[in-house]
Write a new protein. Structure first.
Length: 305
């Protein structure tokens, strides 16, 4: 069986590829032109190059693949990149689904952002939550939701598509610093404030294992949240956990959301106003479905950190 992985050179993609190779899959990685694919090739992975905007390149990559993991996407909360996010996270998904074999199983790797933020920290969202209207103003959440809707529509039309909604990933090997930058920013002293809101954190290694299990046992046309319920952390509790693990204690100033946004507009490093607006929501989730149906297990957040 040949397994195609888009986004194979990224944070989650590298862990997923390693898990697939370990179980004996013949893996083909779809990577962008110019990507350093040597770490993939060293594992015996076949590399196919191209862009999500190129249907012909996608069709070549998907040839003879009975299992497809679609991870490729852009993570950004900047409103200035909305068109780019739309092109990759939405239209790229449409192109990928059109390219795969009709009989292939597709694991569309979305995000908890596509579910939208929870109404409050004590009411974590699950797979049944309707996408909140306010989340449509957040470019990353909106485009991940739209891409996921395309995947679910394909399943409704008869394609074998399951949707994964990973939490905010932490762990080793974040080659592009997409997810682990808050840890680094705290430890270096570049980030010295907190605000309202929080995230649902999950270990990238656990999520990679969850994707393999979802491919085997997930039900077509359904979404499954892959996160650590104990990882639902306010920003203040998250940084306190980092301090407890590392022994590095930074004095963090708690700011109202409006003041944090205004301050970031004046001093954009290390976070921008758009990033703070997104971070000010409660991205808290209930992972009971994955535990019940997949046997999904998550390690302790302090172990991950």
């Amino acid at each position: 069986m040949t397994t195609l992985v888009t986004g194979a050179s990224g944070f989650l993609g590298r862990h997923l590829v390693a898990a697939l190779v370990a179980r004996g899959d013949d893996v083909r990685a779809f990577v962008r032109d110019g990507t350093d694919a040597r770490p993939l090739e060293a594992q015996g992975v076949e590399v196919a190059r191209g862009e999500l905007a190129d249907p012909a390149a996608l069709a070549r990559a998907a040839t003879d693949c009975s299992l497809v993991f679609h991870l490729a996407g852009i993570v950004s909360h900047e409103s200035s990149r909305r068109n780019e996010l739309q092109a990759v996270n939405v239209e790229g998904t449409r192109n990928l689904l059109a390219a795969v074999d009709a009989a292939a199983r597709v694991v569309h790797v979305s995000s908890v952002a596509a579910v939208g933020p929870a109404p409050s920290p004590d009411r974590p969202a699950d797979e049944r939550q309707a996408f909140p209207a306010a989340a449509a103003e957040l470019p990353y959440a909106a485009t991940k939701h739209a891409g996921e809707a395309i995947a679910l529509a394909a399943a409704a039309a008869g394609a074998d598509v399951v949707v994964a909604n990973p939490g905010f990933l932490l762990g080793p090997g974040d080659v592009h610093r997409v997810s682990t930058w808050p840890v680094e920013a705290y430890l270096s002293g570049k980030l010295r404030f907190t605000t309202t809101g929080g995230l649902s954190f999950a270990d990238v290694r656990d999520v990679a294992s969850g994707l393999v299990a979802l491919a085997e046992r997930g039900r077509s046309g359904e979404r499954t949240i892959l996160t650590n319920e104990a990882g639902n952390c306010s920003w203040s509790s998250f940084f306190a956990c980092i301090a407890a693990v590392s022994g590095v204690n930074r004095r963090m100033v708690a700011l109202p959301l409006w003041l944090a946004v205004a301050g970031a507009a004046l001093v954009r490093s290390p976070v921008s106003p758009d990033e703070i607006r997104a971070a000010g929501h409660w991205w808290f989730y209930d992972g009971a479905k994955a535990r019940r149906e997949l046997g999904f297990q998550a390690r302790r957040l302090d172990e991950t950190i």
